[in-house]
Structure formats: C-alpha cells, structure tokens
Write a protein that binds this ligand. Structure first.
Ligand code: MP5
Length: 196
C-alpha cells in the first residue's frame, strides 16, 4: 500500500487527525494562552521522545531510508533548541510530566520502532499530519512562527522524502490509523486544558 492509498482509504480518520477546535481557534485568533502553552510544553516532550524513536528507527532502516531519517534527526535536535528558546522567552517551564495522551503517543512510537514499514509509516503520518494541520491555519493572525515552521519548503520536502521512503517500504495501515488517533487526541488534550 502507498501513502496516497492510505489517505484515500481513510479520509475520516485523516480529517480527525488534522482538524478540530484547537486548530479552528488558531485560525480565528481566539486560542487561549492556556491551551497554546499546554500544547507547546507537551509537544516539546513529544519531540524529545520522537528523537529517540527516530534514532532507533534509523538503526533498522534500509540503506535507501537512511538519508531522510538522518537529516530528520538533525532537524529534530534543532527543533528542540527552537522550542527551548521560545519557551525561555515566554517564561515557560519545559520539564513538566508527560500528559497521559503524550505518553500514549510515545508508547505507540516505541512499539513500532523496531519494525521498519510500521515505524516509518508512523513517522511519516505524524509529520504529514502536522504539515496539513498547520497549512490549514496558514492565515492565522497569531502564532506565525509555528505556522511558518511546519509549512516552510524544507519541511514540505522532508515530508515528501519520508513519503517516498514509506512508498518503497510498503505503508503500514495499522500504524497509520493508530497515529491518526494519537494526533487527534493530542490536539484535543491541548484544547481541553483550556476548560480545566
Ligand atoms: C509533530 C509534532 C511533527 N511536533 N507533534 C505531534 C503531536 N505530531 C507531529 O513532528 P516534528 O518533528 O516536530 O516535525
């Protein structure tokens, strides 16, 4: 199965992963700081774990998958620096516990880290979901750094490179569907925090 087939076969799951009230509020400029900050610190935790996952995945990658994954690792480390400097400016602490939703997503990644088709599909699904989610709010009045970060041409190319690697490996449908659920839950987690 290819990445295109995954997206065509599962439009409902994909829409749930890439839409929702959090993103609607980003688009409208009405997102509460509490929700944004919850998302930010949890995403930092997520990206920290994603780096470990990706390093493990690199160890089982075929030769043809190594370039995209290795470049991605360097990018992820730079992204952690970016999160850290942004949080310092906002006065946010990043050494918070993982929310159960973040922990569940990271557990899922660990569970597929030693299986190449499933693991690379899980990685591509999360990255492609972020590209689509942030693209859908590209006219947002605030949070411009974040919109630009996940819509810049280098990121678009990275996601396309990962997609080509997935297509060569044969996409793992179960991993795609599991990550769609995690992406949906991650946005909900940040949004629900605004009410608590
Ligand atoms: C990504 C992310 C994209 N930062 N957070 C979630 C919950 N899903 C996907 O990963 P990256 O490495 O930040 O582009």
């Amino acid at each position: 199965m290819t990445t295109r087939e995954l997206l065509e076969r599962h439009p409902t799951e994909w829409a749930a992963a890439t839409n929702g009230p959090f993103l609607d509020a980003v688009r409208e400029g009405s997102l509460l700081d509490s929700a944004f900050q919850r998302w930010l610190v949890q995403d930092y935790r997520f990206v920290s774990d994603l780096l470990s996952f990706q390093a493990r995945l690199l160890s089982v990658a075929p030769r043809s998958g190594q370039a995209a994954l290795a470049a991605g690792l360097v990018g992820l480390e730079a992204e952690l620096v970016w999160f850290e400097s942004y949080s310092t400016r906002l006065g946010l602490r990043l050494d918070v516990d993982r929310h159960p939703t973040t922990a569940a997503y990271c557990r899922l990644l660990r569970s597929v880290a030693d299986s190449w088709p499933e693991g690379i599909t899980a990685l591509w699904t999360g990255e492609r979901a972020y590209l689509e989610a942030w693209r859908s709010v590209s006219d947002a009045p605030h949070h411009r750094d974040f919109v630009l970060h996940w819509t810049q041409p280098e990121f678009v190319r990275y996601v396309a490179d990962l997609g080509a690697v997935v297509d060569a490996a044969g996409a793992g449908e179960a991993a795609f569907l599991a990550v769609c659920v995690m992406e949906r839950d991650f946005w909900s987690m940040a949004w629900d925090s605004a009410a608590s």
